[in-house]
Design a binder for this molecule. Structure first.
Ligand SMILES: Nc1nc2c(ncn2[C@@H]2O[C@H](COP(=O)(O)OP(=O)(O)O)[C@@H](O)[C@H]2O)c(=O)[nH]1
Ligand SMILES: [Mg+2]
Length: 318
């Protein structure tokens, strides 16, 4: 979704720029005789310094120019990123690229002047200082590589009517998602399989809908929620027009009803909420009856059954 620039590691940047420098110097030093020799060595040094600096400046500038700044990210992605990393570090890391590029430009200017005035140490000093500049942004490069990975995994959100599937871990959200949208989502018999927001699509009467499978939520206060749960809350808050809340009759009832209550209170203004009792194929009749008594007209489904998922979707959209 984002086109992100290549971020070199410290080693990669040094290897690439220094070897480019050597190549350029080598091209100049072809003749080895007479009075020309001194001049050739000097020109070789100039070429080495310029090529080395050019690689570093252009690689780092490309990163700064092509990496989205925090402010450029749409609101939803900013919030999603906030959950994963400290935004100040993001800014600082991009700032460090610019800093290093400017420093190398300065070292280059000094070195070129030195070489032209016959200072024999200029080139060696330039290479040493440049390497240590790059070393100083090493952890920032690593950080950007990490941020790039995070941005890459971000779901690509479209401006479409959106339904978020929410509920307790293991309630069958991913199963519902898979059957409704055909997405290849992970489904497992253990909870917390879904670690991030997944987006699928389905159509009804020519309208495309965005369906979001969210990580499971537990019954606890917002401040206690871990980073994975925070993503589910964020998806509901920022993206959902409609929520379908699945209840697992094979799991404890009270915490799920508490969670539902909490979500209803938190999101009553913008989102419509539908409740479905899932797993009715294996649930104890007694428990389903009890749940029906406590919920207002819940849907009763088995997410394993694709027909049920499709029908739920049609019901929700009226
Ligand atoms: N019998 C039955 N099992 C289901 C149903 N829906 C989901 N499951 C099972 O419940 C487990 C958790 O499902 P999953 O979709 O990963 O739940 P999630 O954690 O809410 O995403 C899996 O073993 C599913 O096969 C259902 O309607 N009936
Ligand atoms: Mg899941």
């Amino acid at each position: 979704m984002f086109s992100l620039p290549h971020i070199p590691s410290e080693k990669e940047l040094i290897d690439k720029s220094f070897s480019r420098g050597s190549k350029s110097a080598g091209r100049v030093k072809s003749s080895r005789t007479g009075a020309q020799r001194e001049l050739q060595l000097r020109n070789a040094d100039l070429a080495r310094v310029q090529s080395t600096a050019a690689v570093i400046k252009s690689d780092l500038t490309r990163v700064v120019k092509n990496f989205p700044s925090y402010e450029q990210l749409p609101e939803f992605y900013q919030r999603l990123l906030d959950i994963r990393i400290d935004k100040n570090r993001y800014k600082k890391s991009l700032g460090a690229m610019k800093w290093c590029s400017d420093r190398v430009a300065g070292l280059e200017r000094d070195a070129l002047r030195g070489i032209r005035t016959g200072d024999k140490n200029s080139t060696r000093e330039f290479l040493g200082r440049t390497a240590s500049m790059i070393h100083r942004i090493s952890s920032e490069l690593t950080q950007l590589i990490e941020i790039k990975q995070i941005l890459r995994e971000f779901p690509s959100v479209e401006d479409l009517p959106t339904i978020v599937i929410a509920g307790y871990p293991n309630a069958g959200k991913s199963t519902f998602m898979k059957n409704l949208t055909g997405s290849r989502v992970k489904i497992a018999t253990y909870p917390f399989t879904t670690q991030r927001i997944l987006i699928g699509h389905t159509k009804l009467r020519y309208q495309r809908y965005q369906i979001i499978d969210s990580p499971g939520l537990l019954d606890r206060s917002m401040s206690e929620r871990n980073k994975i749960e925070q993503q589910a809350i964020l998806a509901i808050r920022e993206l959902a027009d409609t929520i379908i809340f699945l209840i697992d009759p094979c799991n404890e009832m009270e915490p799920q009803l508490n969670l539902l209550k909490e979500i209803r209170e938190e999101f009553k203004f913008k989102q419509r909420i539908f409740v479905a009792i899932n797993k009715t194929d294996i649930a104890e009749k007694e428990i389903v009856r009890e749940l029906k008594k406590r919920l207002k007209n819940p849907l009763e489904i088995s997410a394993l059954n694709k027909e049920d998922c499709d029908e739920t979707f049609r019901n929700i959209l009226g």
